[in-house]
Write a new protein. Sequence first.
Length: 138
Amino acid sequence: MTESSANGFVGLVLVSHSGPIADGLAELVAQVAGPEVSIVAVGGASDGSLGTDGARVLEALRAAAAGPGAVVLMDLGSSVLAVRAALAELGPEERERLVIADAPLVEGAIAAGVAASIGGSSSEVADAAREARNAAKL
């Protein structure tokens, strides 16, 4: 959603089977994270249908690795496989700048966005995403 910047804030890459889900979540996270946090949404297949476009995932991860680093969150299935495949295509220095969070996509992205907005490190932002798994809703 937002462009990558060199402001030092850890960014987020959100990968989903659905373009509208990824875009809507990026919009929601931007509301809590503010404009300083780069949020890249990658969702849907190349033709706009449900699925995951591996080339777009690779492009997003490569761009995120060129900045101050990013935390990557995925929904399920081929999104996870596409992220794993993209990581295999990146160089070691690029992979070092990315943290993959095994976390719920929506709640994890919100928590990660808040942590990133207050200047959290990549590991702190990823930890916030993972901890969202235990947040009670009721």
